[in-house]
Ligand binder design. Structure first.
Ligand SMILES: Nc1nc2c(ncn2[C@@H]2O[C@H](COP(=O)(O)OP(=O)(O)OP(=O)(O)O)[C@@H](O)[C@H]2O)c(=O)[nH]1
Ligand SMILES: [Mg+2]
Length: 359
C-alpha cells in the first residue's frame, strides 16, 4: 500500500514526507522523480502487548509514502510524472494553511480553493485518458459487436459525464464488476484522498488543530465518499521528530496535545484505504500485520506466510485488550475469551490471531 503525498508547490510535502519516514532527502528543486519511504505505523496496542511478552523482536506495521513533485496541469502532462502518480493507492493532499511571507504561495492562503484546483487538475488528467480510450473503443465497436466492450463503453461514458460535472471518479457509484473494469486505468480522481491541512504554529495549537477543518471550510469536502481530512502543524511535527520519547511527550503537553499529528494522520490513512491491523504475539516476536478490512482468517494467515494459508486449520482469536486483561493466552483460554475460528471468520482490527496449521 502506497500513499502519494501531493499538493501545490511549497506547501510542506517534503517536510511531511521526511517526518513520516524519518528519511533525509533533498528538497525538490524541479526534479520530478518521487522519493519513496517507509513509515513505521505507531501502535499503542502492540506496544502494550509487547510489554506483556517482552519479545526478542517487536515489528510494527509499515506503510509506504511517496513524495511526489508539486502538482499542476503542466506536470500532469508529463507522462513520467502522471504514470508514477497513478501507481499510488491513495493520496495525501497537503494543503497550505500556514502563513509565512517568506514562502511563496499562489494568492492568499485558501486551502479550500487549492484543494479544488488540484482536484480539478486530477480530473482533467483523467478526462484525457478517457477521451483516448473512448476513441479506441468506438473504433473497435464499429468493427464488431462485443458485449464486454459495450459495457465498458457505457461505463466510460458515465465516467466522462461525471468528470464533466467536475465530480471526481471516487464519487461515482460502481458495481464490483465496473470497479474491476476501471481498475487498469489507475484514474487519479478515483483514488481515496486524505486532505492534510498544514497549519501554522501557535500557542493554542491544540484548539487550532481541532478547529481547522471547520475554519477552512473543508468539512463538506472531507465528508464525501473516499475522502477524509486531518490537521497537522508541520513545523511542530518536525521538531517532535528530533526528540526522544519523554521529551516529545512533555513538548506535546506544553501545547495541550495528547498525541502527535502523525499518529492521527496514519490512522486516518488506514481507515481511508480500508485497512486494519491484527497482531501475532509470542516471546520471540510481537508483530502487527496489515490486511484489508473484511479479510477472512485464511487470508490473514496468507499475509503472514503462504504456507499458513495453504495448511490452515483454525485460528485462535482474541481482542488485544482481552488478552492483556487475561494476562496470558492460557488464562484467556480457560476463561473462554480465546475463541477458535474457521477459515471464513472475518478478522477484526486489533485482534490477536494465532494460526493453527499443518505445515
Ligand atoms: N512556517 C512554516 N513553514 C513550513 C511549514 N512546512 C514547511 N514549511 C517550509 O516551507 C518550505 C517548503 O517546504 P517543503 O516541505 O519543501 O514543501 P514542498 O511542498 O515539498 O515544496 P516543493 O516540493 O518545492 O513543491 C520550506 O522552506 C519549509 O521549511 C510549516 O508548517 N510552517
Ligand atoms: Mg518537495
Amino acid at each position: 500500500m502506497k500513499t502519494g503525498i501531493i499538493g501545490l508547490p511549497q506547501v510542506g510535502k517534503t517536510s511531511l514526507f521526511k517526518i513520516l519516514t524519518k528519511t533525509h532527502v533533498a528538497e525538490h528543486g524541479g526534479g520530478r522523480e518521487a522519493h519513496i519511504g517507509v513509515c513505521k505505523v505507531p501502535d499503542d496496542r502492540l506496544d502494550r502487548l509487547a510489554a506483556l511478552y517482552n519479545p526478542k523482536k517487536l515489528v510494527h506495521a509499515s506503510v509506504e509514502f511517496a513524495d511526489v513533485a508539486a502538482i499542476g496541469q503542466e506536470a500532469l502532462k508529463e507522462t513520467a510524472y502522471a504514470t508514477s502518480l497513478r501507481q499510488v493507492d491513495g493520496l495525501a493532499h497537503v494543503l497550505r494553511a500556514f502563513e509565512d511571507p517568506a514562502i511563496p504561495h499562489v494568492g492568499a492562503i485558501d486551502p479550500l480553493r487549492d484543494a479544488r484546483n488540484v482536484e480539478f487538475d486530477l480530473m482533467v488528467s483523467d478526462l484525457g485518458q478517457i477521451e483516448k480510450r473512448l476513441e479506441r473503443l468506438e473504433k473497435d465497436l464499429k468493427k464488431m459487436r462485443n458485449p464486454e466492450l459495450e459495457r465498458e463503453h457505457d461505463l466510460i461514458l458515465r465516467s466522462k459525464a461525471q468528470l464533466e460535472k467536475e465530480r471526481p471518479l471516487r464519487e461515482l457509484e460502481l458495481t464490483p464488476e465496473d470497479r474491476k473494469r476501471l481498475r487498469g486505468f489507475l484514474f487519479l480522481s478515483q483514488k481515496p484522498v486524505l486532505y492534510v491541512l498544514n497549519i501554522g504554529e501557535s500557542a493554542e495549537l491544540g484548539r487550532d488543530l481541532e478547529q481547522a477543518v471547520e475554519k477552512y471550510q473543508l468539512a463538506e469536502l472531507a465528508a464525501r465518499p473516499g475522502a477524509a481530512a486531518t490537521v497537522i502543524c508541520g513545523k511542530v511535527e518536525a521538531e517532535l521528530a528530533e526528540m526522544a520519547d519523554d521529551e516529545a511527550a512533555e513538548f506535546l503537553s506544553s501545547y495541550g496535545l495528547k498525541e502527535s499529528g502523525l499518529v492521527r494522520l496514519i490512522r486516518k490513512t488506514y481507515e481511508l484505504m480500508g485497512l486494519i491491523s491484527f497482531f501475532t504475539v509470542g516471546e520471540d516476536e510481537c508483530r502487527a500485520w496489515t490486511v484489508p478490512t473484511h479479510s477472512r482468517a485464511v487470508e490473514a494467515a496468507g499475509a503472514i506466510h503462504s504456507d499458513l494459508e495453504k495448511h490452515f486449520i483454525r485460528a485462535e482469536v482474541i481482542p488485544w485488550d482481552a488478552l492483556l486483561s487475561a494476562g496470558s493466552e492460557a488464562n484467556a483460554r480457560s476463561q473462554g475469551t480465546l475463541r477458535l475460528e474457521g477459515k471464513d471468520y472475518i478478522v477484526k482490527d486489533g485482534e490477536v490471531v494465532h494460526i493453527r496449521h499443518s505445515a
